[in-house]
Structures are given as C-alpha cells and as structure tokens.
Design a protein around this ligand. Structure first.
Ligand code: DGT
Ligand code: CA
Ligand code: CA
Ligand code: ZN
Length: 579
C-alpha cells in the first residue's frame, strides 16, 4: 500500500460493511457495531491507522478486538475480507440505492429481490414506468421522491459542514500548537470559526513568523493533522483526522491586520466594507488600503487600524455579517459574555434523561460561580425515554428542598420542569402542580409537523399560559439535521413581549435556538431572553458558551438576558412573582 487510509476512509469502509451486512439481513447488533465503529472513526481526533500500528486502537470507544482485526486487514491488504465477500454477492449499484432518502438497505433489498433492481439507473426507469408501486410498502409518492432525489445527485455525498463546537475544539488546539512553535509570532483563527457561526466549512488561520517556511511545515507535523501540503513558503493547506480542511497563511507583520480582517469575513461584510471605502476614495483588499488621491497603499498591522482608517467603528467578529455593523452611526454594543451569566435555568437530572443527580448539578453550577439554577426534567408526555410523572415531580420538589438545605444557601436551586407543550398549546401538567414549582419552562417535543398556523397558535397559547415562564428551544431546529417547525416567529415574539414570557437561546451546540437572527428580532421586539445550557450532565453546563456565541451574533447585551441579573431581580421576572 502507498499510504495509510485516513480516518474518514476507515469510517467509510465500516459504513459500507454495515450497509452490506444490513443488505444481507445480518442481526441488528452486528450492523450497529459497524455503524458505531464508523462513528468512532469519524470523530477520532488522532490517526486510527497510527493507533492500530501501536496496538492501542481498542482504547477508542466502540472499537474492540474484532474491529481491530478488520482495521489491521485494511491496513495490510487495503480490504476487509468480509466486505470483499459480500460485495461479490450484491451489485455495487444496490449500495448507492441505499443512500436515497426513504430507501434503507432493507427496502433496497426488497426492490432487488422482487424487481431485480440493482442500480440507480434501473431504479429511475422503474419509477418512471410506475412499477415501484407494485411492491408492498412503496407508492406513487415514493416514485416521485426517488426521481427528485436522483435528479438532485443524492448518492454522491456533498461535503459536510462541521458544527462550531467541533471546529473550534480542533481550531483552538491547532492555534495553540502553532503558537508554541519557536518560529511563530502571532497566530489567530479567522473565518466563520472566529465569527462563531453555526457551522464551519474550513478553518482559516493567519499568522506571522520569524521563519514562515518553518511554521508552514510545522502544520503537517501536528498530531491533529492527518495530512498537509505547502504550495509555497507562506501557505499550507491540510486537514484534520475528522476531515476538516485547514488553511494556514503566514503574512508580513505590517500586513497582519489587513489579512486577518479579510479572512475573518464574512464575504458579505467584506463586500459592504469595500463599498463603504470606495465612497471615501479608498480601495480595500487583503494587501492593504489604496488611497486614490495619493496612490499610496496603507498597510495595517492590526484590524483596529483597518476600521479606523476607513472611519468605521470596530465591530466584534461575531457582528460581521453585513447586518448594520458598517452603517453610519453604528455604536458597538457591549456584547454579553459567559461571565455575565449568574444562573442556568434549564438542565436535566437522573429523574429524566440526565446523567447526574440534583446535588451533583448544583455543585457543578456552584463551581461555575452561579447564584441560582433550575432543575427542569422532562415531563409526563416527553416523547423519548425517561420522564417525570406528576407524583414524581412532587417528590422532586422535596429533593430540591433537601439539596438547598444541604448546600446551606451557597447556591439557590429552583424546583422546575421542562413541561411539554401539547398540540393544543396546554402544558402536560395541571396548573395546580405547576403553581407549586419555582420555575416552568415549556417546550415542544412531539408533533413537530403541524402546519404553521396551528403551530403558531399552539406556541402562542403556551406563551400566554399563566404559569409558563419561558419557552425552551423555541423553533426546534437542529443545525445540521432538522428544519425549524413551521412557525410565525414574529407572532411568537409579539406574544412573548406582551405576556412577559422569556424566550430561550438554548445552548446545545447542535441547537443554538433561537438563532442569531431570531434572537435579535426578539430583543428588538421587547422580549427578555434566557441563555440556558439544557445540560444533560454536569460537564455540559459549559455549553452556555454556544448560546452566548449566538447571543453575541444577535447583538445581545447583558440587560437583554434575564439570567445575567442577580437573584432578586431575576425572581421578580417570573410570572408567579407578578401574581
Ligand atoms: P465557511 O464557509 O464556514 O468556511 O465560512 P468562511 O467565512 O470562513 O468562508 P471562507 O473560508 O470561504 O473564506 C474566509 C473569508 O475570506 C471569508 O469570510 C471572507 C473572505 N472571502 C472569501 N471569499 C471572498 C470573496 O469572494 N469576496 C470577499 N470580499 N471576501 C471573501
Ligand atoms: Ca472558513
Ligand atoms: Ca477558507
Ligand atoms: Zn431540555
């Protein structure tokens, strides 16, 4: 073999094997074992091939002895024998078919067995001739969706964007490692990662160095980097073991501000910046600011200088989306920080699907320096897994009281709930029970698919409920996997402002819901926001970082956020304090 397979190639091999076993009707545990191994390979930050050669690959979660043998075979021969055997049994086109939405291996196998379909081309022909509807479990609608999926080129998978928290975990370690290199002077992350965007296509790093070539070559040697190449003395392009591309540019110190500004973007911000500059007779590029009148190019060592020279107020990177940060009269907001938060009002314990007890969560929150927290386990109709019955919720109130006593007032723990909003808009506990709690957050966890008008009515009814203090993850989006509910967000904002109901920015890194645009509209509409971790384990309290990032992108200041307030002021914002 020429070189070792990358983690993504190993993951793809396991995914293929899982697909093949599923086509073959293998027991579900075997299929899941290979899917788990593919996931472990995709998420590993160090080289799986290197770990395998060291004999330590079984230390990774989901990789045992059997899987180790398969990886060794892959390294030694370029193939996993089981996959070779199964591939001979099933045509390659059948695997491509399994990637279409609505057609997993089981259903693809049925089309193969009953109609002999073994490729995307045959599938398309059968859909056009309306033959698929003859097979049990397939209908006219499926024929339609098959044709549109094939037309959209699904089957060849598009490049994936990575959630910010994953990109920054890698990005911050790479930056730290480069800074530690003797040739490094300044090293900064730019691009969407610096702007704290929802997701990231690639990492952009700008540096200055005493020996640029040495720093550029150092990228390839980092443990996090799978491979890198340096097209010249000043730039390198590599990728991490998780497949995230990394661009490193080493620039002259007197130009550092221009390049950092340029590569921080966003593209929309840069376009607007250039237009604003042209009106002043200046031309901005990554190399400097050209003055039409004198023909001189001004080079800026800092970003602040770039904005100052253009007569603009410096906008924090999170604001650089061309959403008013370059407008005349822009005043830089004092953006909220993680340190401004005094409490966290949404977290789960072992009473529902959390991993820690009330006391463990409280002690972890105390270590965070919080003054108050709310325990908000899932309610009776929560769709998946564990939940809290009304009786159990009464016991939960007592347990919270016990913990408050044991902690002697060091932190205030509120007895709360994350009640499910039923399709009618009512919470799924009685008002009498809700009245006995200190805090009620309400969220939609079921019946996502309602039409916008009904979903909006449902949400507004919840917002107007006399015991509901806040709405959790108000639009239900998951950044890389789920669209928001069909919802009139403006109507939700109006109702929340009118009734004094808080709207949450949920900080789970795949949610960040409300998003930046909606959170800003909420503040402008007079809504008080809440930034919560929604932690399902003590170590996840840290997730507020991602909610704060979204808040900053929404121009949010501490005064706009309920849980930046000291307890007496926060307490007074709850509906129960106004009765
Ligand atoms: P992404 O897609 O998550 O990587 O987002 P960015 O913003 O990091 O985009 P990227 O990596 O393609 O480019 C980094 C920055 O370089 C971008 O934010 C602004 C600047 N840039 C890239 N292409 C253009 C362009 O066509 N025009 C201008 N004015 N700036 C650009
Ligand atoms: Ca980028
Ligand atoms: Ca880039
Ligand atoms: Zn929750």
């Amino acid at each position: 073999m020429t070189s070792d397979p990358s983690n993504l190639q190993i993951a793809a091999a396991f995914d293929e094997l899982a697909d093949l076993y599923e086509l073959d009707g293998a027991i579900v545990h075997r299929v899941l074992a290979y899917r788990g191994a593919a996931k472990a390979a995709r998420e590993a930050t160090v080289s799986i091939a290197a770990l395998t050669r060291q004999g330590t690959v079984t230390s990774l979660p989901g990789i045992g002895k059997t899987l180790e043998e398969k990886i060794v075979a892959l390294l030694d021969t370029g193939e996993i024998p089981a996959a070779v055997k199964l591939r001979a049994k099933y045509p390659a086109g059948l695997l491509e078919m399994t990637r279409l939405p609505g057609l997993g291996p089981k259903r693809a196998r049925r089309l193969f067995d009953e109609l002999g379909i073994e490729s995307l081309a045959m599938l398309r022909a059968a859909a056009e001739q309306q033959k698929l509807r003859d097979v049990k479990g397939f209908g006219a609608k499926f024929e339609q969706s098959v044709l549109s999926s094939i037309d959209a080129g699904i089957g060849e998978r598009p490049a994936q964007r990575v959630l910010l928290h994953r990109a920054l975990t890698a990005g911050e370690q790479i930056v730290a490692a480069l800074r530690a290199h003797p040739a490094a002077e300044r090293v900064e992350l730019a691009g969407s990662a610096r702007r704290q965007a929802d997701s990231v296509k690639d990492l952009d790093i700008i540096a200055t160095a005493s020996d640029p070539g040495a720093l550029v070559r150092a990228l390839a040697d980092l443990e996090l980097i799978e491979s890198a190449s340096a097209p010249n003395e000043n730039a390198a392009r590599g990728r991490t073991h998780t497949g995230l591309p990394v661009d490193l540019r080493v620039v002259a110190p007197e130009n550092f501000g221009n390049l950092l500004q340029h590569f921080t973007g966003s593209a929309a911000h840069n376009v607007a910046l250039r237009e604003a500059a042209v009106r002043r007779g200046l031309h901005v590029s990554e190399y400097g600011i050209l003055d039409d009148a004198t023909g001189e190019t001004l080079r800026c060592a800092t970003e602040e200088e770039v904005y100052e020279r253009l007569g603009l107020t410096y906008p924090e990177p999170e604001l650089r989306e061309d959403r008013g940060e370059l407008a005349p009269g822009f005043v830089a907001p004092r953006l909220v920080t993680v340190e401004d938060l005094r409490g966290d009002l949404h977290m789960h314990t072992t009473a529902s699907d959390g991993r820690n007890t009330i006391e463990e969560m409280a002690r972890a929150a105390l270590a965070h320096g919080y003054e108050y927290i709310a325990i908000t386990d899932h309610s009776a109709t929560h769709g998946f897994g564990d939940h809290v019955t009304p009786d159990e919720l009464m016991r939960q109130i007592e347990r919270v009281a016990d913990v408050n006593e044991r902690l002697g007032g060091a932190i205030r723990v509120l007895a709360g709930t994350e009640t499910n909003i039923l399709p009618s808009g009512a919470p799924d506990y009685d008002d009498e029970l809700l009245a006995q709690l200190d805090w009620v957050i309400a969220s939609v966890h079921t019946s996502f698919g309602m039409p916008a008008e009904e979903m909006t009515k449902r949400m507004v009814a919840a917002i107007e409920h006399p015991w509901i203090d806040a709405i959790g993850h108000p639009t239900g989006r998951k950044i890389s996997s789920r669209q928001p509910y069909a919802l009139d967000v403006d109507a939700v904002i109006d109702a929340a402002a009118r009734s004094g109901t808080m709207l949450e920015i949920n900080s789970a890194p795949d949610r960040r819901d409300l998003n930046d645009v909606h959170a800003r509209a909420a503040v402008e509409g007079g809504v008080t926001l809440l930034i919560d971790s929604d932690a399902h384990g003590a170590e996840r309290l840290e997730h507020v970082r991602w909610g704060v990032a979204t808040a900053r992108r929404a121009w949010v200041e501490p005064a706009h956020v309920a849980n930046t307030r000291p307890w007496p002021q926060f307490a007074a914002l709850r509906k129960r304090a106004r009765k």
